[in-house]
Design a protein around this ligand. Structure first.
Ligand SMILES: NC(=O)c1ccc[n+]([C@@H]2O[C@H](COP(=O)([O-])OP(=O)(O)OC[C@H]3O[C@@H](n4cnc5c(N)ncnc54)[C@H](O)[C@@H]3O)[C@@H](O)[C@H]2O)c1
Length: 251
């Protein structure tokens, strides 16, 4: 597989967590990376470690995403890769989810990814080359879990718009795909608590959580020039979590 030398990449939501893992892998493969995050201080630290640039962005704001794309384009002179990874996963049971909580999760996760794509695609289309990789999840498109109704809806919505975007951009040289992680060792997963992690571990055939780099390598493949004939597809990275037909299959 060719290295990514000289390519310009934006990873949204990459100050920490597995966005950081995605940026680390892309940088190690030669890409110039923009660490785009709402937390500028943490983004600056990550960017310094990886030799990238930090960009402050709030993915709930369309104008902020446009500024992000313009800044990266000005720095790199080209935009090859967008990894739309920023997301939140607060838990709330159905009776507790008010309109504000629903909108917050769906605005940040689904609308944020869509407007990130919309901001970056013009520069890609102009050069006839681009790789957009969305971070969805197994939760929503495939599995369900109490407390994740709003989150699951947002992650399934991402796949809905991805497929139409892929078809719309099919002749432009821009592909749009998604990774669907299971459980990844991140500060966000730590914050979900020990009981959540215990339950999750019990359902993973590989008996291990993913490392951020495991997601990074999946993104790297979909973001490679060699993946040119793959668009509108999903890649599950979950240690086999969606596979067991019965709980007994895990023992
Ligand atoms: N950790 C998991 O097990 C897991 C599994 C499946 C999917 N996901 C998804 O992966 C993505 C990353 O998850 P994570 O565990 O690394 O999360 P995390 O909380 O550890 O990191 C998320 C990053 O996004 C940034 N961010 C938050 N709101 C933002 C905003 N409005 N604008 C820009 N940046 C913002 C945060 O500052 C942080 O750096 C999310 O989309 C999440 O839904 C996570």
């Amino acid at each position: 597989m060719q290295r990514l030398d000289g390519q310009g990449a934006i990873v949204a939501g990459s100050a920490r967590g597995f966005g950081r893992g995605i940026a680390t892998v892309l940088a190690s493969e030669g890409a110039r990376v923009a660490i785009a995050d709402v937390d500028l201080e943490a983004a600056s630290r990550t960017a310094a470690e990886l030799g990238g640039i930090a960009i402050e962005v709030d993915v709930t704001s369309r104008s902020s995403l446009r500024d992000m794309a313009a800044r990266a384009l000005a720095e790199f002179g080209r935009l090859d890769i967008l990894a739309a990874n920023a997301g939140i996963y607060p838990t709330a049971l159905i009776d507790e989810i008010d309109e504000r909580a629903w909108d917050r999760v769906n605005d940040l996760n689904a609308k944020g990814a869509f407007f990130a794509l919309q901001a970056c695609v013009p520069a890609m289309r102009e050069r006839g080359y681009g790789r957009v990789v969305l971070t969805s999840s197994i939760t929503g498109p495939i599995t369900g879990h109490p407390g994740y109704a709003h989150y699951g809806a947002s992650k399934a919505a991402m796949l809905g718009f991805m497929r139409s975007a892929a078809v719309e951009l099919a002749t432009s040289g821009v592909t749009v795909n998604a990774v669907m992680p299971g459980n990844v060792k991140t500060p966000g997963l730590d914050e979900a608590g020990e009981e959540h992690q215990r339950q999750m571990m019990a359902s993973i055939p590989m008996q291990d959580f993913a490392d951020p780099a495991d997601i990074g390598w999946a993104v790297r493949f979909l973001a490679s020039p060699e993946a040119r004939y793959i668009t509108g597809q999903t890649l599950i990275v979950d240690g086999g979590q969606v596979l067991p037909e019965t709980p007994e299959a895990l023992s």
